[in-house]
Design a protein around this ligand. Sequence first.
Ligand code: 13P
Length: 294
Amino acid sequence: MLTSTSKLLQVAQRNTYAVGAFNIYNLEGIKAVINAAEAENGPAMLQVHPSSLGYGGSPLIALCLAAASSAAVPVAVQLDHCSDADEIRSALDAGIQSVLADGSHSPIAENLAFTTEMTTLAHSQNAGVEAEVGRISGTEDGLAVAEKEAKMTDPDQARDFVKQAQVDALAVTIGNVHGKYQGEPKLDFDRLSSIRKAVDIPLVLHGASGLPAQMIQQSIQLGVCKFNVNTELRQAYLDFWRTDFPSRTKADVLDCMEATTEAMQAVVAEKLRLFGSTGKASLYEASAETVPTT
Ligand code: 13P
């Protein structure tokens, strides 16, 4: 059931759990997310990063939308970290339901101007916008942000930004990083708590690969209702090719597609349980206009 990102997140926010948003690159990734979400009877999101969109183009978005529409559980499709207005326009024209309009590399005034323009555009097409205030470090799909360029989200700045840009969700930087954590992750929960008090829209935590269960739970209690996961899925996919495939001399193309799907599906299922979204599909059965609470 193709469902809007806003609805997915609003229901999660009201019921204190989080939706997993998983970066996908191909049919195997899409099937892994939807199979796991159906098996767990919970919602999930398919996310397309501009680098995989550069490879797959609008057919990749069409594939995500078709797979989400035929899923037995609520699934939304979002464009991840995009700082290019033309790419956002094309993705919206291709039917994507929400975008992360990412101006976090620019000074705050430019980030605000860019995000506000993208929000006006997206809302005119009934799509939603996630914004990023602060800047997350780490590496994702070849894009690296050094630690010294990273910036924690300032709660007061976040409040003003959300009010002015009228975005639908806010990605926060509280010590989370893209890619692998060097040592124990350290999240600034006092900061998250202040952001929650300043901002009432759904909060998003990027860099959820490698976060321990206790930090996930604490983040949810403090208002995070969307976690982004990419690295652990890519790792599961690559592990198959690097470790299993060389010994599977009789494996044909479909065998490999099934094996990589299953490997990624196991990761997604574990995350959905961790995020508390298992069994929550029935909360979305009310009409598109009403947002149920329990
Ligand atoms: P990870 O690198 O932790 O999987 O995070 C992915 C992400 O935040 C995508 O936007």
